[in-house]
Design a protein. Structure first.
Length: 327
């Protein structure tokens, strides 16, 4: 496909870069120190995720937001403890994150089995994968050995996490800052095939796109009319939720990409994928391939994302509770 050589070269170069940053991660890192760690995580997810299947999307989003700020170090889980420093949790992109209690319950089980051994960063990575698999999505490798960060700043979340209003240039820049290429951008955006969004993340597209009460011309007019009539009935609707992949939001499939080509991507950041020839070509390539191929490609990008700027060895700490640094 057009741009495939670019993707291939970028993937090779960035794989070398990412390999150096995550070189100390390994499969089965806890095989000696906490042999049942991954089974404890998986068993808990399998027992409880079906009570709230939408948490699969919520926790994969949490994992994404965590890795884009200071690397995959569970800094997104930290509570604010002083007025002088607001943590990532309080940044606008993270105000709608869910699943913190779920992660903390898994942490308590692991602390009971192996005190001060398994990091919260590894728990987030493992739960994200296991929750997606348990709800019918793809499996990906999760090498472990991450350690937890001790610094969390809301300002850094605001500047590093791609907002739903992003255009292509902004997306490309923010992903490249994390060592991720355009192929990763398309594949990781595919996680929008599951889950929900609040109207506030996209109502500007419906009611006030350029500040004069207009609608985003890139959005299919019929889809926009339906959203206005049945879901988001005002610009300031902060409570109503909408399926990101209408009719298929509980199924990890290719329909998200089909909707992009129909101009029915919910966010500006979704529509942006069709404004660049290389990403548009890759979207079309995915749609021509099999679901199994998409799963395999998605798995590669998820493993790559999970290696962003990880802390290993003696860097960071193993938190006793995920919401606070050790005293």
């Amino acid at each position: 496909m057009k741009g495939y050589g670019y993707f291939g070269m970028m993937f090779f170069c960035l794989s070398v870069f990412m390999g150096s940053t995550g070189a100390q991660l390994q499969m089965g890192f806890y095989s000696s120190s906490c042999p049942n760690a991954e089974k404890i995580v998986q068993d808990y997810v399998n027992r409880h995720i079906h009570n709230a299947p939408s948490l699969a999307a919520a926790i994969i989003r949490m994992h994404f937001h965590d890795c884009f700020v200071r690397g995959c170090d569970a800094s997104v889980l930290l509570n604010t403890t002083s007025s002088s420093n607001q943590t990532e949790k309080l940044a606008a992109p993270n105000l709608t994150l869910r699943g913190f209690d779920f992660i903390e319950r898994v942490k308590s089980l692991l602390e009971a089995a192996c005190p001060a051994v398994v990091s919260c960063a590894d728990i987030v990575a493992l739960v994200a994968r296991d929750a997606v698999v348990a709800t019918g999505g793809p499996f990906w490798r999760v090498p472990t050995g991450r350690r937890d960060g001790t610094i969390s700043r809301s300002s850094e979340a605001l500047s590093n996490i791609p907002p739903p209003t992003s255009n292509f240039t902004n997306l490309q820049t923010l992903f490249a800052n994390q060592g991720l290429d355009l192929k990763d951008l398309v594949l990781l955006s595919g996680a929008h095939t599951i889950g929900i969004s609040h109207c506030s993340s996209f109502t500007t597209r419906l009611y006030n796109f350029t500040g004069v009460g207009d609608q985003d011309p890139a959005l299919d007019s019929e889809y926009a009319a339906n959203l206005k009539a049945r879901k988001c009935r005002s610009l300031n609707d902060n409570t109503t939720i909408v399926e990101m992949d209408p009719g298929s939001f509980r199924t990890f499939d290719l329909s998200y990409y089909s909707l992009l080509l129909k101009r029915r991507g919910l966010f500006q950041s979704d529509s942006a994928l069709t404004t660049n020839s290389a990403t548009l070509s890759f979207v079309k390539q995915l749609l021509k391939g099999s679901l199994q191929n998409f799963f395999a490609e998605f798995a590669n990008s998820m493993e790559k994302m999970g290696r962003i700027n990880v802390k290993t060895g003696t860097t960071g700490e193993i938190r006793k509770h995920c919401a606070v640094v050790n005293s």
